[in-house]
Structure formats: C-alpha cells, structure tokens
Unconditional design. Structure first.
Lengths: 160, 83
C-alpha cells in the first residue's frame, strides 16, 4: 500500500495591484522551521533605454488563473516543495514596477531554484498574458513578440 | 458557441468576443481558422498566418488538430508574452 503524499496548495493571484516580495516570502515561511531554502523571483518592467514609458498587460481572465495553477501543479509534482506562490499583474505597468512574482520554498536549495525557474519558463510561454509597449510619449505601440529563446527555455524541462 | 479574441487578434478582428453558430463542416480547430479567415478583411488580417495562432478550448491550450466538439468557449490569440 502506498502512502498518499500530502501536496501543498499553491497561492495563485492574478491582479492589477502591486505585490510585496517580503510579505509574500513571509507568508510561506512564518511559523515554519522545516524550510531551508526560499527562492523569490520578481520580474520588473524596464524602460528599454528610455524608449518605453509603460507596458500594458492584457490577460485572459479565468484561463490565466487556471493555466498558472496547472503549471504550479506540475512544479509541485516534480520537486519537493513546502510552499509555492505566483502573482502575475495585468494592466498598465511602468518601468521599475513589478510584473510577476514566483516564490518557491523547499528544504534544500536545488528544488527551490529549479521550481522557480521552471515556473518562469512556463509562465512566459503558456500563461495567457500579452504585453503591449507604450512609447516615451505614452502612445500605444506594437505588441511584444514572443521569443524563440523562451520556447527553448521551456522545452529544456522536458529533455531531462 | 462563444469565441474570444486577445491582443492583436482582437485588434484586427475588431471585437473581443462574439457568439457564433458554426457550420457543420467546421470540425477541427484548423477548420475553424480557415472558415473564420474568409468572413471579412479583419479576420483575414488576423488569421493571415493561421499556424502562429494559439487556441484554447474551454480555457485549455489545444493544438490545431483538436476537434471542437461541444466546446462552450474557444479563444484565439497570439503566442503569449507574459512573465
């Protein structure tokens, strides 16, 4: 008889509001003495050398949450995690502001590093969000094009 | 059935969503893209290169061979650029 493995429930939020990395990290670690590693990744909007005044992020409400949950479920199946939080913002985001947060907690560093990296690679290519650039004058410009290197970064996880 | 469009697919078609009754010969996602493309210039522009269009049925990614079946909601969009 196999003992069922108790799996953690990831925290997943899709929101226009900002988030606080330290608050989200503390949410996973407070009161715990079994966590040995926390990897937190945050993705920020950059100004592309002054040519960009904002990114406007469009998303598919409903599917965004569901797809992030699917990806998080794969990470939880693959690595022994004690906590996993993902927050993805939408709407207009200015240079220097946060776009996305992944926090992975585990007993040891490898699982935390790898799970956070896996989450980001799949968020980039599978989560239904699209970025549109606003130029220095605030005018909407083109849609950001998907990068082949992001697809390559995602597919490396299935080669292992 | 509800169709939803995002990003430049939405802009080129000129609407975010619509309810459509599909003809019986539209069986797969690929059939749907071919059929939509001939509806008017906006669809033709959005779906000019159907191979790049990503598709979700009932909020789950599918490939173009997928049968539509009794889908409630089909979404068409460009490759994703979140994260």
């Amino acid at each position: 008889m196999t003992v069922p493995v108790r799996q953690i429930e990831p925290l997943i939020r899709v929101q226009s509001d900002d988030f606080d990395l330290s608050v989200e990290t503390a949410r996973l670690t407070d009161g715990r003495t079994d966590i040995g590693a926390v990897v937190a990744f945050s993705g920020l909007c950059r100004d592309e050398g002054g040519s960009l005044s904002a990114l406007e992020l469009e998303h598919y409400p409903g599917m965004a949450e569901v797809e992030i949950a699917r990806i998080a479920g794969q990470a939880i199946d693959r690595w022994p995690l004690q906590g996993l939080s993902v927050i993805h913002r939408y709407g207009k985001i200015k240079p220097g502001e946060n776009i996305v947060l992944v926090v992975a907690a585990s007993a040891h560093r490898h699982a935390a590093f790898e799970a956070a990296s896996f989450m980001m690679d799949f968020l980039k290519t599978r989560a239904p969000f699209w970025k549109q650039e606003h130029d220095a004058e605030g005018r909407p410009q083109g849609w950001v094009e998907a990068k082949a290197e992001d697809d390559a970064a995602q597919s490396r996880w299935s080669e292992r | 059935m509800k169709l939803r469009y995002f990003a430049w697919v939405r802009e080129r078609i000129g609407k975010a969503e619509e309810d459509i009754d599909l003809p019986e010969n539209v069986v797969s996602v690929r059939d749907l893209l071919v059929w939509l493309k001939q509806r008017d210039d906006g669809y033709a522009q959005a779906l000019q290169h159907p191979e790049v269009i990503r598709v979700a049925i009932n909020q789950e990614h599918v490939d173009h061979k997928q049968p539509i079946g009794d889908a409630r909601e089909i979404a068409l969009f460009p490759p994703m650029t979140g994260g």
